[in-house]
Design a binder for this molecule. Structure first.
Ligand SMILES: [Zn+2]
Length: 276
């Protein structure tokens, strides 16, 4: 699509996006990091969006699913229209939901390159935000998103064959070896500090996540030990492929990073309580 303004042709394109991050620019603008279904991650300027009368206001909030019309700029694209598709209002009702939504957004931001479309990851993010907005326990959906992200980017952990000896795994004293990216058999364990010992239940739970049968985790009791093992394996697998420390689900640090240290009246309480 293009429109002619004078002699200059402006290239416009429509995309569906989740707002991953935003930063204030000048008096009333914002720079947004958008994860679009069609074009992958990109940064765009929303001019005047911080003015209450802006037609964009309320359609470009953090974590919102929104339909945008973008004009290609020389450096940054410009948001010319925005229409909220799904606001995930439930996400704003509890600080912990905001924190987990921020964690998923940060993981997506860190794991993807600019303008590299990942429509299946986009769908997984949207579905995860939707479930996070109303679920009682974030654990299954957050772990499912982590596993889905690893699998879609080609980094899924090996859970069936020992990566050291090549033997099919059988129940026993198994452990996850981060350097090998998989679960090693009893004979191949080195008992080193980086190994994560795994119960049979933890291996089964990880396999359910890998098969995208995460709802089955919601139906079984997940004790602290089992949760700890699943979380540790996924964190180790993510750490092996993302540079730097993993993102945090802590609301205060999330906002500090996300608003670039400039707090424009958005506090954890206001994010949790109202549209941000
Ligand atoms: Zn082995």
């Amino acid at each position: 699509m293009s429109e002619t303004h004078g002699r200059q042709r402006i290239r416009l394109f429509r995309a569906e996006a989740v707002v991953l991050r935003r930063r204030d620019l000048g008096e009333a603008d914002r720079i947004l990091t958008l994860f679009t279904r069609e074009a992958g991650k990109l940064r765009a300027v929303a001019k005047g969006v911080r003015r209450p009368e802006s037609r964009l206001a309320g359609h470009l909030d953090l974590f919102m699913r929104t339909s945008v019309l973008l004009a290609r700029g020389r450096e940054l694209d410009v948001v010319t229209q925005a229409h909220a598709v799904e606001a995930f209002l439930g996400l704003r009702q509890d600080p912990w939901r905001v924190g987990w939504a921020g964690y998923l957004a940060d993981l997506t931001d860190r794991a993807t390159a600019d303008e590299d479309p990942q429509p299946l990851l986009y769908d997984a993010l949207v579905e995860s935000l939707r479930i996070l907005a109303s679920c009682a326990d974030p654990f299954p959906i957050v772990r499912r998103f982590e596993m889905r992200l690893l699998a879609l980017l080609g980094y899924q952990p090996e859970l069936y064959v020992c990566p050291r000896c090549g033997q099919r795994l059988t129940p026993g004293r198994l452990a996850y070896a981060p350097d090998l990216g998989g679960v090693v058999c009893e004979r191949c364990r080195n008992e080193g500090p980086s190994e994560i010992p795994l119960s049979v239940g933890a291996v089964k739970a990880l396999r359910l996540l890998l098969a995208d049968r995460w709802q089955e985790l919601e139906r079984r009791p997940l004790g602290p030990s089992l949760r700890g093992q699943i979380e540790a394996v996924l964190a180790a697998a993510l750490r092996a492929h993302l540079e730097g420390p993993l993102p945090s689900a802590d609301v205060a640090s999330l906002l500090e990073q996300r608003d670039g240290g400039r707090n424009d009246g958005v506090s954890p309480a206001s994010v949790a309580g109202t549209s941000c």
